[in-house]
Structure formats: C-alpha cells, structure tokens
Design a protein around this ligand. Sequence first.
Ligand code: NOJ
Length: 740
Amino acid sequence: MEKRKLVELLEDMSMEEKIGQLLQLTGSYFMEDAVLTGPEAEIGVTDQEIACCGSVLSVHGAKELRKIQDRIMKSQPHHIPALFMLDVIHGFRTIFPVPIGQGCTFHPELVKEGASISAKETAVSGVHITFSPMSDLCRDARWGRVMEGTGEDKYLNGVYTKAMVEGYQGKDVKAPYKVGACVKHFAAYGLPEGGREYNTVEVSNRTLFEDYLPAYKEGVKAGAVSVMTSFNTLDRIPSTANRRLMRDVLRDNMGFDGVLISDYGAVMELVNHGIAEDGKEAAKLAINAGVDIEMMSRSYVANLKELIVSGEVEQSVLNEAVMRVLTLKNQLGLFEHPYKDASEEGEQAYILCKEHREAARKCAEESLVLLENDGILPLKKQGQHIAFIGPYVDNKELYGAWALMADGKDAKALSEIVPLLYPNNGYWFEHACNIVPKDSLLSGLASTLETKYTEEEEARAMERAVETAAAADIVVLMMGEHRLQTGEAAAVGDITLPKKQLELLERIAKVNENIVTVLFNGRPLDIREVKEKSSAVLEAWFPGTEGAYAVADTLFGTSNPSGRLSMSFPYCVGQVPVHYDEFATGRPKETEEVENKFCSRYEDIPNAPLYPFGYGLSYADFTYEYRRISKEQLKISKQDDFIEASVTVTNHSDVVGMEVVQLYIQDVKGSVVRPVKELKGFQKICLEPQESKTVTFCVTEEMLRFYDINMEYKSEPGEFRIYIGHDSTQSNGLAFHLTK
Ligand code: NOJ
C-alpha cells in the first residue's frame, strides 16, 4: 500500500480502532469457543476490544491462523489484518542449540542460516514476527535467561544479533518465508541485581552505553522491524516508562523507527513498580515514553481515549504509534496478503525437512565445547565396552525451556543412535536417576515435569548403574540441568548440578576412573567436581532436535569439537559475575599464587574463572607462531589508515580441525579506566592435518573508540596491545601506538 493510502486509512479510523491497533492479546481470545482462564481471564478485555485488536501472540499453525485472520479482518471496521507474533527463539520445530550454544559456535553465518530456517518454518505456520533475538549481555550465571543470550561479550553479541536479524528478515521482510525480528529486551535486562529474575538493574551510564547497548544497536542497524522493552528498571525508571531511553536513545540516537512493544504485561506492571497509580497513569507513561504496542494488559484500551480527551496525551502521540503499527503491517505486505506465507502445504514441505535437520545438526556440532580431555576422547569405534549412564542417555528433549513448538517425537535419543552409528562396541545404557527430584517445583511447573523414578526405584537404578560402570571400559556420564531450570523465571542461587547426579558421579568415580562427562545445561555451572573426576568433559548445552547425533559424532570423533565458550564458567557462584573484559584495578593480582594480601583477590578462591571466555579444546593440536603487525603506528588523522595483525596457525595433528582465532586489543591508558582487553575480531578456520594458515586482522582507529571522560565516543592516542590467540587468556601482546 502506498504511504498516502496508509495516511488516509489512519485519518478514517475511529479512536477505538486506533487504540485497538496498540493492543496485543494471546491467541486464546480468538479461538472458536474459547474459554479463558487464569491471567487471560483476569485482564478482562471486552468483545469490542477483541474485535479491534491489532496483534496476536503465541499462536501458530497455517489453518488456525488463517481462520483467526479472517475473523479479525471481519470484525475490524476497516478490515485491517492482524500481526501474528511468537517466541521462536532458537527454532520453530527444527530446534537449533539454545542461543548460548549458538554463541559458542563463533560462526555467525551458521547462526544466520539457522535464523533463516527458523523464519521459513515460522512463516509457513502463519506467524509474521518472532520475539528474537535476545541481545541482552549476560554475565551472571544465576540468571535463568543467560541461555537465551549469546554470551558475555558486547562485540560477539552484536555480531550474532546482526546475523539473526538478517537471517529472519532477509533483505526484504515482505519476501516469501521471511519474518520480522524483535530485538529484546531493551535495555540491559541481562543485569538483574543478584541474578534474580525481573530485578532492578543498576549500571553506570558509561557502562550502559559502552557494554550493554551496542548489541541492540547492531540489531537496529541491521533493520530489525521491532524492539521489545525490558521488565527491569534503569536508573530507577522501568524501561517501559523510560522516555529518555526509548525516545532519545533508541529512536533519536540509534535511529530506530520500527514498532516498540512492551514485554508481557509490563505496562500494567508500572503500578507494581510504584511509579504509576493505576492503569491510566501507566498508559500515559508508556505511550509518552514511545511504547507502541501493549502486550497482554489493557491499560491502553481502557484509558487512552480519556487521556487524549483530557489532553494528557497528545493525539499526535497516538497517531504516531498507530502509524508505526500500520507501517509494519504494510512492510510485511499484509494489506495485500493478510496470510502472508501461511500454508499447510508449506508446513508439510518445510517443517523438519532434511535440509533443516542437517543445518541444525551442523550448528549443534559446532556449539559443543570440549572443556577437558586427557586423551580418552575420541572414543574408539570398536572393541570397547562403553556404559552410557545418566538421565540424558535416553532423553529426547534436548531443547531447553524456550522451544515452545518442539516435540520429543521429532528427535532421537543417544541410546537409539549410538548402537546404529557405531555398532562395533558393546554398549550399556542406564538412566540411573531423575534429572531433578520428583517433588521439585521448578517454578510451579511441576505438572510438566516428568520424572522416571520413585525414590525406591531410583535407589535401585543407581545401584545398577554403578555395577554397570564397574564392568565397563569407559563410562560416558550424561548429566545436566532440567530444561525448566533455565530460561525465564528460572534464576538460581546455586549453580551446581542437581545433588543426585553429583552423587552418581561420585559413586561411579569410585569404581571406574575412565569417565567422560557430557553436560546438558543452559547456564555456565560450577563444575569443579565434574572436572576433578572426569577424564573428559564435553559441554553440550541444550543442542536441539539433532543434538544427540551431534554429541554421538563428537564423542566418536566423526566430528571434531570447535565450540569456544561465549560465557566464562565461574569457579563457583561466589565469583559471579565474572567476565574476561574486566577492568584494571589499582591493586591488580599478579599471579594466582597469593603473594600480597592487599590486592584485588579472594581469600578462598582464585580470581580466574574455571574456564575462560573463548576457551575450548579440539582433537587437533594447534600452535600459534609468527604473530606480527604490519607497522607500529596508526594515525588518527589519516583516514582509512589500518594495521594488519597476523598470525600463523598450524594443525600438528593427523585430524582435520577448526580453530577460532581470536583478536583482542588492550588500550593501555585512557582518560577513563579501560578493560584489560576486548574482543575485536575472530576468524573460524579449518585446517587439514599438518596444514598451516596465516590469519590476518585489520585494526582500524574505529575499533579503538570508547566513551571518554566527557562521554564522547572517540579514540585516544597512546599505546595499545594486540593479542591474537585461541582464548581470552592470551598474554603475548604486540604493541602499537595511535598517534594524532
Ligand atoms: C516474556 C518474555 O520476557 C519475552 O522475552 C517474551 O518474548 C514474551 N514474554 C512473550 O512471550
């Protein structure tokens, strides 16, 4: 539709219709014979409001959505189609690894391809927009949602945000099989105090701009059509009412001109925050802050008309918000094609098709991080007696908490796959114990929690597992968190594995010293005991539909692990938050050996995490030689000046392997304290046995900019150091100077 026609449409709409465009309700309101219960019933929307509703969340399925669209267009006076939005966080039905796992691939093209596949499955099921990517920087392993983010690094998160937005939207979101992206949660939701869900965020303005905002900005730059507000406060103002953050920073500064949507119920929550007296004040604050769509609360539909009549909200503010929603519908082509790609044939053809499964398998393979290996891996393909033990041995739900459309039936368990793929060993499979105790509440989701054993059965199963372990050459222990222990509203104060599983490890370690532990979890855990008792540790995260294949192939060496941690594994919970790009203190600790009490250190634990950012092993053996830079001076005044920094990497092994070559830069002295180093680039390369490759990075002045003492974003002349290596602990720096 032409812009002029959109304007005419807006002018012709009644106030109720306009406000209706700003309401988003779940699909339950639109189902035939819908019976509403719980919070959906409590919201108390009227039939008239439902009839004018502009967007719908959490429904999918071509047939159903076509019907709902018909119903909405029939009841809406101008027959305006609805927007359908859904949380497709890491796959629709073909599930990719959880985002933290995808972060560990260090392979943005793969992540982009995954997003594009998710878009296709989402689009054919009738949905127009996914509530993804989550670009929140995550440094606190206690927070359940670290699994939905790509890690602790601002640069890396930005790279993945861009990749995902491009994958979902393509060049034109109107094109077939593309969906709109929604960058969330603006802003700094990943920093709740104490890691506790929905909690306050306290962050300095400089850190907010320098570390927390850049990833969202990459999403906006990549053209994301929508952004979601976060639940938290910033500077004691809830984001959903934060005018400066939304209008000045997001819109004016970052240039975002798409639709800003509140998070679920967040407008009404302004009352709980204690900054709005009631729904009316909440509506006023949110719309004036620039929130266009109110998700699942009705303060806009109940109050905006009165607020406009009384002059407390300008008519232009309402028009502007409605225009953005109409523009987005137009951008998606909904006025001409209200069903967009919704098609039952499409669902049949594409959902879980071979190509999608293959991509998910590849992504899962590259997301696995080998944390320890004394040579026990890869496992031999014949002549061994291997006992696979633990609650993940026969588990098909390797999905994590946010795979809403996933179905265990779509996947295979490791116990089904291994004997088929590697038939020349002897295998035993023992489930051994429940993932979590039977009576675990897991945030009130006990009804969805299936446990295999009663207490007595579990005791017997453990006993049997230990006997099996004693008779095996090698034990592969498959343990982890329950998927519902991760994700939204799943913050924890203890980041160790469930107790029963640790008991299993301990008992098995007494009878067999050849233990390979495979971990399924959504957050970095304190795995000191696992490290101590295992000959190898493979971090598998929640690897998705094809995850069991990826794990099996990696254990047996058909696939060589190439994932690198995108979030540090803390030594223990007391070290949280721990991240590699910490700041230089006035009393730095020189070594891990305690020499000086009065330096920045703990009395009882090391400063260093158990496994640092960027870390991960391979079956190949890589060495780094000949690090060099093309020159030692970079001129600010000379436009397009750059330094080439290179390194030669050699694979000394007899297996093919992929290495993530990482570039870090340290700004030695600044007008404000600078991080000890920052990731500025990386390249994932593949090396044949005995092959060497030279990897070159281009260092420019732009990469050296930061918010200086006056909050100006610029570089400062002086000394810098370049570190190129295989993780963030590389200490062999090459110096150069930035000069005027
Ligand atoms: C609440 C979550 O915070 C958000 O990430 C999600 O997209 C919405 N619910 C919609 O399901």
